[in-house]
Design a protein around this ligand. Structure first.
Ligand code: SF4
Length: 125
């Protein structure tokens, strides 16, 4: 097998794209669901692009997501717990009725555990 990835990817990355990101965004504090605010962990539009900034246009800065009290997504996202250690996993929380973000999208940790568990059970039967 020969890795062809190096034909398209350079060690320095996509420099024009990086320059564009630096031109439009500045690094800023961000609140992450289930974890809370992490200093300098996200992007915000620079002042030159304020007319496109939904946070300024719609005054949504104080909106906070209400997490289910059953959901331990923050611990899962930090690697402190596994999805199947959540008491709601596969019962109150499923891909059809997710309580937290990791169960919503198919690549979310809880959804992946849920589907992989099904796959393992099918293989064993
Ligand atoms: S199984 Fe559901 S409730 Fe539990 S951590 Fe994952 S998303 Fe949250």
């Amino acid at each position: 097998m020969e890795n062809q990835y190096t034909r398209a990817v350079r060690r320095e990355g996509n420099v024009p794209a990086q320059n564009l990101l630096r031109e439009v965004f500045r690094v800023s504090d961000r609140a992450w669901r289930g974890i809370g605010e992490i200093p300098m962990s996200g992007y915000a539009l620079r002042d030159e692009y304020a007319e496109y900034d939904a946070e300024k246009i719609f005054d949504v800065g104080e909106i906070r997501t209400q997490e289910s009290p059953l959901c331990i997504a923050g611990m899962i996202l930090q690697g402190l717990r596994k999805p199947n250690e959540c008491p709601a996993f596969g019962t109150q929380c499923t891909p059809e009725h997710p309580l937290g973000a990791p169960m919503v999208s198919s690549e979310g940790a809880c959804a992946a555990y849920y589907h992989f568990g099904e796959y393992r059970m099918e293989r064993q039967s």
